[in-house]
Design a protein around this ligand. Sequence first.
Ligand code: ADP
Ligand code: MG
Length: 475
Amino acid sequence: MKRINLTTKLNFKIVFVVLLLMITVTAYNHWLYVQEENDKNITLLMSITEFLVQKKPAGSFADIAAQQVSPLQPAQEQVLAINRQLHPLLNEIFVPLDIIKFGYYARQYDCIVAIGPQLDTSLLIGISPCKLRQINESNTELLIKNKSSVVWHGANSLAYVKPISENGVIIGHAFASINQDAVYSVLWRRTISTFLGAFLMVLVCVAVFRELFVKLKKDLRTFAESILDGRTYNYKSEIEEFTPILKYISEQTEKMTKLDRLNIIGEMAAGIAHEIRNPMTTVRGFLQFLSIKNEFIKQKENFDLMIDELDRANSIITEFLSLAKNKNMEFSYINLNTIIHDIYPLLQADAMRNNCEIKVILDDIPSVSADQSSIRQLILNLVRNGIDAMPKSGIINIYTEAVDSKVLLSIQDCGVGIPPEIREKLGTPFFTTKEQGTGLGLAICYQIIQRHSATLSIESSPGKGTTFTIGFKQS
Ligand code: ADP
Ligand code: MG
């Protein structure tokens, strides 16, 4: 048998598709995280800035400085004086260190005069706050994205800036700024660890599926081989849940094989019967014609014997013909009990010739859709087999009963029984264990049962007897 290695290809495909899906989902999730985080942070920045504007002591930054040093002092002294005044206010705001900074920018000194949460003196004097100066003239609140921020010593940042006015003049700004690089690195760490966790789970799933798939493949191969060898009957899969499916497939395969054989035989039979019957009829006619001639009058007995033998051959051909696939059946609603009554004398005569007896136990049953002559043949064949199975003597019981939605017809003998090893072969045309048997009786029965969409069950114990039960669907 050709061996195909699907495992690796399939695994790669599955892993590739799953990875692609995971990457898409992770990227989308990451984008959502970023949006959510940004929204949250902007609200935080806005409220910090608002707080700073509200809480700033009244008066310009120069006024605040003047409380401690004279306005004539150099700018550096004045900025430090403002810082001393404002820093306690900044300490009231609690934020995660290294992510958010906030403070005041004074236009007059062109520098940041207070910054929190930790005092970063490097920003107060000497370093130009660049971007902040750019918005000096603006009197509206602004959200600024900085590619390299002074507040964060070069990191990407997002700042919220609000102007502070004193007597209608903008004297500076309150600001709050967040380190976007730090925020994004936290988000990436979260995304990557989620992705790795999910990937690990996928790997475990693939490993489990691979194991199952390998088992299944091995099972199917052995199963296919056993079908070819015809030993499917009690096939057991390594995966327990799979056994019923394989069993069902094997049963169906067996049925199909049997039907196939029947169909071929049927077609052959129809052709052969046609070819043989015609010359036989001619020969029979001549024999009959010659047997009454004066010159052959002494041979009359021999002629009659020849005619009888021809008739027997003809009846065998008729049996063959019953297997013909397209033999017409006339379905009508009939009661099986009526058919049994009709053929009872025939059955009884046959039984008595073989020291047997027929007992009929009939229930009240509804009519079923059936072809009368086929059912007669079915009963005759089964009863005949029953008689054959009881060489000395015995009783054959014929039962009918209605169970659930079925009408059951059972034919029970107390004969030799059917050995388990030939159970499989029953119904195969020409299979017989009898010296004089044709091996066609059960093949015909199986075909009749199949064409009536009926079911068959056989119970047999060697030495005790056999019961054939046919279940017809109630119409
Ligand atoms: P035949 O009767 O010509 O042998 P069948 O197709 O009717 O052909 O039966 C096939 C075989 O099935 C028989 O030879 C016999 O071995 C077995 N068989 C059928 N019915 C019975 C039965 N009631 N008891 C025992 N064996 C049976
Ligand atoms: Mg038979």
